[in-house]
Design a binder for this molecule. Structure first.
Ligand code: DC
Length: 232
């Protein structure tokens, strides 16, 4: 029974490499990968475009009506072999990775109505199993009954350096200092917000990847997944 279609939750800090692990695991197991961070980023892009954000303030009064017009979906791109995120029908996969969105996303992700809408979508996507979902509240709120949960972290300077190098490769203009400040701020908001703050689910397996290679980490995750799948 190697292919029991369990659900796997991967939570953790910003830029801890969750998505890389989640993507590889989904590919190896032939499961569906769902990037919930991309959904919150698309929601942030929506709020920017709709001018719902002014400085560090979000217009919470207009949110309930506005988000009725917020259409977020994933579409598979055969060329990149990945599911790409769409907002109102347009592919925003690149736009959601900009620093402007990164600066605003934690603010938007703290709004209860936005979380409610996205969590409902995420639960629907996971309802038939066979999903690897990564985010901040997956093991605690979205899929509390997931058969396997991981919590991934690394020292903040190491996360900032990795993220900075990734942005450089993508041609995004920024500095290590700016990336570090952004990650520290996102950690602060993500862990202290009132609704669904980032925290470890009691039954999650914690991985600090500061000093291990991607391969070592992947083997660790995969061996746990195979063990759990074998007893389902
Ligand atoms: O994983 P990421 O960095 O792309 O996530 C972007 C932001 O979205 C992050 O600052 C926190 C928020 N987020 C969240 O609140 N809940 C999730 N399940 C996923 C992401």
């Amino acid at each position: 029974m190697e292919h029991a279609r369990i659900n796997i939750a991967i939570d953790g800090h910003s830029s801890s490499g969750k998505s890389t692990m989640a993507k590889s695991l989904a590919k190896e197991l032939n499961f569906v990968y769902i990037d919930t961070g991309a959904m919150y980023r698309a929601a942030a892009l929506f709020c920017i475009k709709e001018r719902l954000i002014d400085g560090n303030e979000i217009d919470e009064r207009r949110i309930p009506t506005a988000i009725e017009r917020m259409y977020i979906s994933f579409k598979y791109n055969a060329k990149t072999e990945q599911s790409e995120i769409h907002l109102g029908g347009a592919n925003v996969e690149t736009e959601i990775r900009s620093m402007e969105v990164a600066r605003r996303v934690s603010l938007v992700a703290a709004v209860p109505e936005i979380r409610h809408k996205l969590v409902n979508m995420q639960r629907r996507m996971a309802s038939s199993g066979g999903v690897v979902m990564d985010g901040r509240d997956i093991g605690t709120v979205v899929m509390p009954k997931a058969q396997l949960k991981f919590f991934i972290t690394a020292e903040v300077e190491i996360r900032a350096k990795r993220r900075f190098e990734e942005l450089l490769r993508k041609g995004v203009e920024t500095t290590l200092g700016e990336v570090l400040t952004n990650i520290i701020e996102r950690d602060r908001i993500d862990t202290t917000r009132a609704v669904a703050p980032l925290r470890q689910a009691k039954d999650s397996i914690v991985i600090d990847n500061s000093n291990i290679t991607l391969d070592e980490q992947f083997d660790f995750l995969l061996s746990h997944a195979r063990k759990v799948m074998a007893v389902q």
